[in-house]
Design a protein around this ligand. Sequence first.
Ligand code: MG
Length: 382
Amino acid sequence: MQKSISLLGSTGSIGRQTLDVAKNLHIRVAALAAGHASARLEEQARAFRPALVAVFDEAGARDLSARLRDMPVRVVSGEEGLAEAATFEEAECVVTAVVGTVGLQPTLAAVGAGKRIALANKETLVCAGELVMKKARERGAEIVPVDSEHSAIFQCLAAGGKAARKIILTASGGPFRGMTRAQLSHVTKEEALRHPSWRMGPKVTVDSATMMNKGLELIEAMHLFSMPPEDIDIVVHPQSIIHSMVAFEDNSVLAQLSHPDMRLPIQYALTYPERKESLTAPLDLSEIGALTFEKPDEETFGCLKLAKKAAREGGTACAVLNAANEEAVGLFLSGRISFLEIEEYVAGALETIRNISSPSLVDILGADAAAREYVRARARAR
Ligand code: MG
């Protein structure tokens, strides 16, 4: 079990749930990192007494440093501060719970330092999966997924051995499952944020509503488990009890089940290969009654189709998909564009921005920036 962690993105949904797990398992929190200084971050620093706190925003870092004057903690800022938290020597494991491409550089830094990475930031693998996995192999850094589906696949593969034939990713279908395009054209932000089974942050909740989340997860799975996209199936399972499955050569299928509770995959990434008592309630299937499955509707939820296309194309296509989506979701959350425009903007970015094969980190960051600029310009011209 990991004895000490550095937690990047401590004030978000996964970050807060990671602290619940750390407290329950008596794991030391050596470093905390967040984008901005907040009352919550100060509270976390006082409760967990880390040696280092990184705040991306410089003014926020100065402010927090003043407020924590009475504590033996060093407050650092900016990208350098984030990198320092990602490579902090007192931490054995780095939990990357930041949302978006901003997680890429610190994850690469942590991989470079040979840490175990409890990876909750799927955007890192979506935009630069080949680079990150290659570097992890070179440095012997272990990447253990926190995303519930990937944690399930990781557990099934560990139990079933090497002869995996197919990954079966489960999807809840989100709040708009069963709706038509006409109905989707006037859904609101509030409706998109009302997820039927999972408690998550706003970005991934909107991704879940468009089903882009499953597309991003397919790309994430492709890199984590070296599986081509055509060997990854998606099945809609609204109860969110089976978190994903693996089919083996002999057509035997292994699945991992639990209540939908992110604290469990977070904990597994920290205790693997051991298991410990958790905060998750025991599963009583007779109480749940039925587990159902259906095919995803890619015609209605076009983001899924776009993600599969980008996965097949490779190169910088996934970085463009991911950045355009992140930017468009931000515009949707601020009320500037409609729900279906998220998909239109991502499709437009993929059509417009030239794909570069075997990209370097510079190519990836360039594609990311170009996709964001495309989405912003299109929204301005709206
Ligand atoms: Mg997930």
